[in-house]
Design a protein around this ligand. Structure first.
Ligand code: PLP
Length: 407
């Protein structure tokens, strides 16, 4: 990692030309995050600041926030906030995260959220001649970055069980640069089996990199693929503290990969880590009940809501193991979202491939109780516009350039 805050990057090491190219790309490009996507939706409707009694379930946030130990760690470090990381907090977090996960510290690179390495990996491994391959629907951020690298984006529909169709993805382009798998997927919360991910890793086009985004892995029963990093494979795994750890606003994420792959992201890495994020992340790791307790809390809320939806004849899509799920509303989803907003319940955006589906983030039990009442009332009212059928699991990847990522 090249510290850019109070020393200059080693241009000789990374190559002046590649540094300048990377810097120009990085400077020109906003990083697309859940926050940007959710806010863009609200801003486009001039909603401004949401009312204090709003139910906000539109950005896959965790209403529990940081754990107690993380809050206390932030308070302790605040008086030292006038300085950069002079206390070795980045090294301490790196070493503890590595030890906890059986990794070597040099295979970790921390960022202010995993949106950064997702963006940089796309810039580093895609180009006009090396495409991005992803699922549809899936998290839009990489496709947004591919607009900057001017890479083609091949989107493979999810399978009938809403897993990534790894065979279609691997077959999508022999010149793929990056194959992006989100597990569990955002927006569906559905699982792609470890077996399928390993198949993709073994069979992907020569020279391509597999990017496995495990932002939501702790919420699922699925095994991670960190052992593939240990085995030295062409894989980058992304993790974030924004989801189960409840630190979306504090900003901490990590890219896990062979050092030579992490080095490709280095020219794009521009900022120092906030010390608040470093100490909060380390304190969260030390809380041994956090993951099982929060996983159960979120799962209980999700299961109760899904049972309600099914009992009332609504159609949740697939078997989510995450803090989000989709519902096929059977009518244009824009009208449903607008109706929910009138009830002060702010739900997620639309993915163009499924114009009738909405994404719901799992909030607190109280949030979900309000959601259930509002959703039933909106759906019991006549649709605001004519219905169009939801398209699911159509076969074959669709190639596109300059992909439109925000519906
Ligand atoms: N990856 C996926 C699949 C996500 O859904 C998100 C956020 O919602 C991120 C990455 C990035 O999260 P953050 O930048 O907050 O770490």
């Amino acid at each position: 990692m090249i510290p850019l805050t109070d020393s200059k990057p080693d241009l000789a090491l990374m190559g002046r030309r590649s540094f300048l190219r990377a810097a120009a790309l990085a400077a020109a490009v906003p990083i697309v995050t859940e926050a940007t996507l959710a806010q863009a939706k609200l801003a486009s409707q001039s909603l401004g600041v949401l009312p204090p009694d709003a139910v906000i379930i539109n950005a896959n946030e965790n209403p529990l926030g940081p754990c107690k130990a993380a809050c206390e760690a932030i308070i302790r470090i605040l008086p030292l906030g006038g300085r950069y990381d002079r206390m070795g907090e980045l090294d301490a977090l790196t070493n503890e995260y590595a030890a906890l996960h059986g990794l070597k510290p040099e295979t970790l690179a921390f960022y202010a959220g995993s949106s950064e390495p997702l963006h940089y990996a796309t810039l580093a491994f895609t180009s006009p001649t090396r495409s991005l391959v992803m699922a549809d629907p899936s998290y839009e951020s990489a496709a947004a970055a591919a607009m900057i690298s001017r890479a083609a984006v091949h989107k493979a529909p999810l399978t009938a069980t809403y897993a990534h169709d790894v065979r279609a993805m691997v077959a999508a382009d022999p010149n793929a640069g990056l194959i992006y798998i989100v597990n569990p997927n955002n927006p569906t919360g559905t699982i792609t089996s470890r077996e399928d991910i390993l198949w993709a890793l073994e069979n992907k086009p020569k020279g391509s990199i597999l990017l496995v985004d495990e932002a939501y892995i702790h919420l699922s029963d699925e095994h991670d693929v960190l052992d593939q990093v240990v085995a030295g494979k062409d894989i980058i795994v992304l993790r974030t503290f924004s989801k189960i750890y409840g630190m979306a606003g504090i900003r901490c994420g990590v890219a896990i990969a062979r050092p030579d792959l992490l080095a490709k992201l280095t020219p794009y890495y521009q900022n120092a880590m906030p010390v608040t994020a470093l100490v909060a992340a380390r304190a969260s790791l030390a809380d041994k009940v956090l993951i099982p307790a929060r996983k159960k809390w979120i799962a209980d809320s999700r299961i109760e809501t899904l049972a309600f939806l099914k009992a009332n004849g609504f159609k949740p899509i697939g078997a989510s193991q995450s803090n989000c799920f989709m519902i096929d509303t059977g009518r244009p989803a824009r009208g449903v979202i607008a109706g929910m907003q009138r009830e002060k319940v702010y739900i997620g955006r639309i993915w163009p491939v499924w114009p009738n589906a909405v994404r719901i983030s799992v909030g607190s039990p109280d949030d979900m109780a309000k959601f259930r009442v509002a959703f039933k009332s909106v759906m019991d009212a006549p649709a605001l516009a004519a219905t169009t059928p939801l398209r699911t699991a159509a076969r074959g990847p669709v190639g596109m350039r300059g992909d439109k990522f925000l519906s």
